[in-house]
Write a protein that binds this ligand. Structure first.
Ligand code: BGC
Length: 270
């Protein structure tokens, strides 16, 4: 199956590193023009845009803090200025500020909810306004636009020590499904991806050495995920190959959300 995004424009938030960078690279390789949004790290996003352009793709890097309404508006205005259209939003920016709940500051809470949940709302709202104005671009895609919300296995797996993060991702799931219900009749597809443990900067300490070995006990498939595993799913969800997929979450987690702790238990060994 050839997944072509020729003639489409994609915006990836949080594209400086990790899953966002891999998704932007894969979307560009599939033929999309790509906007790489960054917040605190301009250099890696600018370098990735330069690399994509050097390989014959089309990319620009644009800064914005997705938790700020005016910066998000500016990001989408600049996207249209650069490429004229928008067909795909990958709402990917996310962060962790971990602490036991009694130690968690309001600032830890607000920052995580602000970027991971409010940021996804603000970006989706701008994308939807553009998709509604554009309508279906004949010959480009069967849909009038596609939004992919980057969630986490923690939209379903409770996570002690990370209540802000788990709450934000639970919120992302309901944001995604409610938006899908609201806009599908306009031929706009809204879906989510729930990655498990992916080897990126956000969880470097958890995936390396002894901690990495412990983590493997939670992954039935027996390996830590790579950003490319998620990027492949992003391209599929953005393409017409998934045209009938609406309001779904794709778990890319090596089985982490299967509650592997119940394996021994279920075989009578628990
Ligand atoms: C988190 C990672 C974590 C993984 C599995 C992700 O959403 O960002 O830090 O390792 O979930 O628990």
């Amino acid at each position: 199956m050839q997944l072509s995004l020729d003639g489409q424009v994609a915006l990836v938030t949080g594209a400086s590193s990790g899953i966002g960078a891999a998704a932007a690279t894969a979307l560009a390789a599939a033929g999309a023009s790509v906007v790489l949004n960054y917040n605190s790290q301009p250099e890696p996003a600018q370098k990735l845009a330069a690399d994509i352009n050097a390989c014959g793709g089309r990319a620009v890097a644009i800064g914005a803090d997705v938790s700020k309404e005016d910066e998000v508006e500016h990001l989408f205005a600049k996207t249209l200025e650069a490429f004229g259209f928008l067909d795909i939003l990958v709402a990917n920016s996310g962060l962790q500020r971990d602490a036991l709940v009694t130690e968690m500051t309001l600032d830890d809470w607000n920052q995580v909810i602000g970027v991971n949940l409010t940021g996804q709302f603000l970006c989706a709202r701008e994308a939807l306004r553009i998709f509604q104005r554009q309508g279906i671009r004949a010959g480009v895609s069967r849909a009038a636009g596609k939004i992919i919300h980057m969630s986490s296995v923690h939209q379903v797996i409770p996570w002690a020590g990370h209540v802000n993060y788990a709450a934000s991702k639970g919120g992302v799931e309901m944001l995604m499904r409610s938006l899908a219900q609201e806009v599908s009749e306009q031929r706009i597809r809204v879906n989510g991806i729930a990655p498990g443990a992916i080897r990126t900067a956000i969880n470097r300490t958890a995936t390396e050495g002894e901690a990495g070995q412990e983590l493997l006990k939670l992954i039935p498939y027996g390996r830590i995920g790579e950003a490319q595993d998620v990027a492949n799913a992003v391209v599929w969800l953005a393409s017409d190959a998934s045209d009938y997929v609406v309001g779904s979450t794709l778990f890319i987690d090596g089985g982490m959300s299967l509650y592997p702790g119940f394996y021994e238990e279920g075989r009578g060994n628990g």
